[in-house]
Design a protein around this ligand. Sequence first.
Ligand SMILES: *Cc1c(COP(=O)(O)O)cnc(C)c1O
Length: 371
Amino acid sequence: MEQQEQSGQIQTDTFLAQIGNHQNPVTGSINTPIYFSTTYEHPTLGESTGYDYTRTKNPTREVVESALAVLENGAVGLATSSGMSAIQLVFSQFPVGSQIVASRDLYGGSYRYFKELEYQGMYQFIYVDDEAGFEKAITDETAAVFIETPTNPLMSEVSLEKIAIFTKQHQAQLIVDNTFYTPLIQRPLDLGADIVLHSATKYLGGHNDLLAGAVIARSQEVGERLAYSLNTTGAVLSPFDSWLLIRGLKTLALRMERHEKNAQAVVAYLKSSPYVNEVMYPGRGGMLSFKIKNQEMIKEFLLNLTIFTYAESLGGVESLITYPTTQTHADIPKELRESYGLTPDLLRISTGIEASEDLIADLKQAFELLA
Ligand SMILES: *Cc1c(COP(=O)(O)O)cnc(C)c1O
């Protein structure tokens, strides 16, 4: 990994491996207990142990929330029931009529949610493609800027530092969906963002067995406002799922190293393949896309694969291949998708942690069977 930053006094790898350890003085349990209790006894009138009701605060969720805050270097971390509920929570801050500037090449579900907000008359969205577009679109009318970098599925990066300059000039909030890179590759709050969020279903959870979201705020004030809103609306992460997320996070550093190494190996292979037109990879992380030469062969190619699984989602230990046109990005109108390069010859890969030789051999045999 390019970044090996410190979390407090220790390295991130150490911090991750020990999430929840040294926190249970009564039993000394190394693993965080799952507190299923929804309610908590009050010692007497007007007193509380600090825990009243699990929607408001839960000891297992608290462990993962504070770990998320440390990892993204924010003041407050919140764990939600899904990536979409994390996005919904962040958007609950803005009054009706607010203007939002967003990256055009977005996760299809975010695009669908923004369309829904627009339909309800909540907000006005302006979509832009690059840094120059952001500079032009962000004005004093802008309440917030929503960015994915790298973009999905075209894998282009924008400079968060530059965009943070524009958002600060106009007192707009900079929100970054950091699902693809994770804090091990990019820490948006350190680059000037105000809020970072994740679909923790992906790399943070890492095992394709958990639906979860994360929101981390740079300032205490914004974080407290969001915590208030989360308690009010209720899409919190359950105690068991909080524990699964802790479990996943412990190996995040190891996994990201292998995801990245595998992605680089697959990219090198695809670039040399006569069946491939174009490979899109930003040089970091475990996500890549490519355009197949003969689009008619996609169905057969997917059937030929034996190690890669044809499925949506990403960031788990198993390698997945996705066809964004009919899966993750199906809700973006065809003309719009194709106008910015999301064409029907494009496939997206999330490299897992398998041996790269096997991944390459699988792609190779799947192409060669086409003929
Ligand atoms: C999956 C995903 C989401 C939505 O998260 P869920 O956990 O599926 O609700 C949001 N943003 C990105 C970049 C994603 O990949």
